[in-house]
Design a protein around this ligand. Structure first.
Ligand code: CDP
Ligand code: MG
Length: 897
């Protein structure tokens, strides 16, 4: 779940706001040279988009050999009116002294790499250099960021520095942006640029593209660099050069420079000297288990013994951050300059306030919403008192399921006084201004850390790894590093995700230490021994090696890159991962399966080259993962499309429900949390309904939540009252709108209206939806362990999946937790204390051969490989054949109709 993650990236998905993009395109004046055509219009696939002359080894040589191809820096100079204060502030930045070097390199080379520490001024200054040099005068300077927050914040900052309005320095993220005809510098997420490449492979509206934060090695960043290496070569051939800047906060750029396939000649690397003050690193002698407690002790010590200067603590997740903040606030009561009880107990008091408000609002919302709602499916009922008790029992289960987060925090309450080393001693100290920082924190709260702390207090920021590179907090002198990070771990073979707290890499630890030396010499306290540090990995592994790649492969196939193994990845995903992705896409019908013998040969030689199908192209047009895209493609039948869209949107936007499994600071808060949990569980049951609808399980809950929320006008009050994340629900609404538009574009006869309100599905539509979901999630099928198979107690209520030896279970938060259908499909398996399936929906076993023939063996084999389901007669038309699911599960014999 998102809230368990401390990985602070918010990847954007490959989507864009079409209006925004279109508006910009229309303003770009035609550049000299032949009009741009898609590289595919003449039939040459992008994968082979190398410079045509065999003697030309790569873009680099092309640059050197023909000055007209890469004209020197435009002679123009576009003046910028900066305020004197702003100008003075800029001059402090180390990158300013490199302006000339950077601009000359850009003039001479098509591709340039700029390395400089976080805070050296890369993101804010380089776009300004380019603007002043005229690269934006009749074109757009594009800058990609891996995070939405960064794209928005940086566009605002740069606009302010340049005294230009946001219609000139703009941003574009998944659904929103302020790009206009006048936009000259455009910050966007990498997903947005990737989608633009699919529309216009040559990216003709840009003269320069900057890939920022390349050291993070997000999947999209890596793919963009691979694609842009080809775009640069093609643009050079067409004499409409594109400049590519890659910016990195670390010097680890060999994957870009030493990669012959990517750039035939290594691009120049410009290093920006950091103006870093020395940071003294202190290792612990021993490495304590309880790093959270150790952080607390260390902060106490620093605060009591060491001179003024801000403290920055690195922990792994939101819950830990809040727990430590609370302990520290209790140990060092907040500033006298603030009204008591305002700052220090914000979490719990706010929680209470919200809860009380949400209760009274819930009543009002209910009173308002009910008349419009169909009682059966979308009705909103109050949580009964009796239910609260029942839920309290279930709590234990859920908390256990959550695992490590809570273990750390629950015990904290009692130990506070003792661990602090005596409250009286601590009380004598200065007040500590304690602030949390993590990516899901509301932006206005995030912004607090950049303001100076109240007079006479010391700033202490407790953060996740979001503070490692992307944000620079002023005035930090002491860094306390737990050495830990929480990462989503994805198992390639089984598809199981788990959140694991692991050691950071040496590079990350050094980044963290560096945060202490921004304004004066500083100290970094590492809560682990130097021997342990020696065993850390040197660098974090690029994301592309850690994630499933099926959506990426589908996008690439849609760009006509058939032989994905030949793509110039900075770091290629494993062949195993590529094969798994192709197999899934073949099963979904997005890629054309070669004959079996041919496929075997391909696999043996690792030459994967399945072409995309018409269905695959349609699926690639939807900005969602392939499994979901398949559901959309099937959704037109029986008027299910609006529901399929709602379901897919809700599945794509992560975590519709608020995290209520957090530890509570006080009895009061605990009661409040319990109450809310009970209410959410009650609402889930209501939305799931009974009978046919309950079989759709958690998918029905999503549909019910979206439907009910829209009937209530998607109001903040409704969301708060029902444990839904307001921001997520707004995103679902936007994504539904976007998917509806896309469906209409792909299939005009669908003629869908963009109306957020929908009537509940009929009973038969619910059944079709279950089939649609089964077809999309077909590789995520699980079967309940039969009583004769029960080996021991750990298999009670367990399910078996084809790829896992271990038992998996329905997550306690699922409405099917107690239903235990024989066959289910699930959205994902998350490993905490056990392997849990989330997003579960029941499957009728006789559907399996019909809907998932790719996973079934028929004996005798079918001549016509696709049996068809005949909904009117409610049966499968098929040969008389024995059917086995891929792991040998025998399914009921299929009747010949
Ligand atoms: O990209 P890089 O990390 O190299 O630096 P940057 O983001 O361009 O930031 C350069 C400096 O601008 C930082 O050290 C901050 O002090 C300042 N800055 C700021 O004051 N407010 C912002 N919103 C962004 C940056
Ligand atoms: Mg930056």
């Amino acid at each position: 779940s998102q809230s368990e993650s401390s990985e602070d990236s918010e990847p954007d998905g490959a989507t864009e706001d079409q209006e925004g993009a279109g508006a910009t395109a229309s303003t770009v004046q035609p550049l000299p040279g032949p009009p741009g055509r898609s590289p595919f219009s003449d039939g040459s696939p992008a994968g082979s988009g190398q410079p045509s002359a065999a003697s030309t080894p790569g873009p680099e040589t092309a640059a050197a050999s023909g000055p007209p191809r890469h004209p020197a820096r435009p002679a123009v100079f576009i003046p910028v009116n900066r305020t004197p204060e702003m100008q003075a502030e800029r001059l402090q930045l180390p990158i300013l002294s490199e302006e000339q070097v950077i601009m000359e390199a850009v003039a001479e080379h098509p591709i340039v790499i700029v390395c400089g520490e976080t805070g050296s001024g890369k993101t804010t200054q380089v776009p300004q250099f380019l603007y002043e040099a005229g690269y934006g005068s009749d074109s757009v300077i594009g800058v990609t960021e891996p995070r939405r927050v960064a794209a928005m914040a940086m566009s605002q900052r740069v606009a302010k520095e340049m005294s230009l309005p946001q219609r000139v320095v703009s941003y574009q993220i998944r659904y929103e942006g302020n790009v206009t005809n006048e936009t000259r510098i455009k910050f966007m997420t990498d997903g947005v640029l990737l989608k633009e490449i699919q529309k216009d492979f040559l990216l003709l509206k840009y003269k320069v593209v900057i890939i920022d934060e390349a050291h993070e090695r997000s999947v999209y960043t890596d793919i963009l660099i691979g694609l842009l290496s080809r775009v640069v070569a093609l643009r050079a051939k067409r004499r409409r050069p594109l400049k590519l800047l890659i910016m990195s906060a670390t010097l680890r750029v060999e994957d870009f420079t030493q990669n012959q396939r990517l750039f035939a000649r290594p691009p120049p690397v410009i290093k920006v000297e950091s103006r870093q003050f020395p940071v003294t690193v202190h290792f612990n002698k021993r490495t304590p288990e309880d790093y959270s407690g150790e952080c607390f002790r260390k902060v106490c010590k620093i605060h009591r013994m060491l001179p003024a200067g801000g403290i920055l603590v690195f922990l792994t997740g939101q819950a830990e951050v809040h727990a430590l903040c609370r302990r520290l606030r209790r140990a060092f009561p907040a500033s006298r300059s603030q009204p008591p009880g305002k700052e220090e107990d914000k979490d719990s008091s706010e929680e209470m306030r919200k809860f009380k408000k949400s209760r009274s609002r819930a009543k009002k919302a209910r009173a308002k919403a009910l008349p419009h709602i169909n009682l059966d499916s979308y009705s909103v009922l109050p949580a009964g008192e009796a239910d609260e008790d029942r839920e309290a029992e279930a709590d234990g289960d859920e908390e256990a399921a959550l695992g490590s987060d809570l273990d750390l925090d629950l015990g904290d309450g009692d130990s506070d006084g003792g661990a602090g080393g005596g409250a009286s001693l601590l009380d004598a100290s200065l007040p500590l201004h304690v602030l949390p920082l993590y990516s899901l924190l509301a932006p206005e709260k995030q912004a607090q850390v950049f303001r100076p702390p109240p007079e006479g207090t010391r700033l202490c920021v407790v953060a996740t790894n979001v503070a490692e590179t992307s944000l620079t907090i002023p005035g930090i002198k002491y860094v306390v590093d737990s050495g830990k990070v929480k990462k989503r771990h994805y198992d390639r073979v089984t598809g199981v995700s788990s959140f694991r707290v692991t050691w950071v890499s040496q590079a990350s630890a050094d980044q963290r230490a560096g945060r202490a030396g921004r304004t004066e010499p500083g100290h970094c306290y590492r809560l682990y021994s130097s021997a342990v540090f020696g065993d850390f990995e040197q660098f974090p592994a690029p994301e592309i090696t850690r994630k499933p790649v099926e959506d990426l492969i589908l996008q690439m196939k849609a760009l006509n890159i058939e032989k994905v193994v030949n793509f110039p990845f900075p770091t290629p995903p494993s062949v195993e991962a590529l094969v798994a992705a192709e197999e899934l896409l073949i099963a979904l019908g997005a890629l054309q399966a070669p004959p079996k013998t041919e496929r075997l040969k391909q696999l043996q030689r690792s030459r994967l080259s399945c072409p995309i199908t018409a269905l695959g192209r349609t699926m690639a047009a939807f900005p969602v993962a392939p499994r979901c895209a398949k559901m959309l493609a099937l959704g037109r039948q029986h008027g299910c499309l609006p529901y399929a869209i709602a379901v897919v949107a809700a599945m794509t936007v992560r975590e519709l429900f608020e995290e209520l499994d957090r530890p509570a600071a006080s009895e009061e808060e605990l009661t409040a949390l319990r109450g809310r949990r009970a209410r959410v569980a009650q609402m889930k049951r209501t939305w799931a309904g009974r009978g046919a609808s309950l079989k759709l399980g958690d998918v029905m809950v999503l549909l019910g939540a979206v439907g009910a929320c829209e009937y209530a006008g998607c109001s903040r009050e409704f969301c708060e009252a029902n444990g839904l994340r307001f921001k997520a629900m707004l995103e679902v609404r936007r994504l539904r709108g976007q998917l509806t538009t896309t469906v209409n574009a792909v299939c005009p006869e669908a003629g869908l209206f963009v109306d957020p309100k929908m009537d509940p599905p009929t009973e038969s539509q619910v059944t079709y939806l279950r089939q649609i979901v089964t077809a999309g999630l077909g590789d995520h099928l699980a079967r309940r362990v039969q009583s004769e198979e029960l080996l021991d107690d750990k298999w009670r209520n367990a399910y078996k999946t084809p790829l896992l030896d271990d038992p998996v279970f329905i997550h306690p938060s699922s409405v099917l937790f107690r239903e235990l259908p024989e066959f289910v499909v699930y959205q994902e398996i998350v490993e905490t204390t056990k392997m849990y399936m989330k997003g579960v929906s029941a499957v009728d076993e006789q559907w399996i051969p019909a809907l998932l023939p790719a996973y079934c063996q028929f004996d005798p084999p079918l001549e016509d490989p696709a049996p068809t389901y005949c909904p009117e007669r409610g049966r499968v038309l098929c040969h008389r054949a024995s059917v086995f699911y891929r792991v040998g599960w025998r399914l009921p014999a299929v009747q010949v109709d």
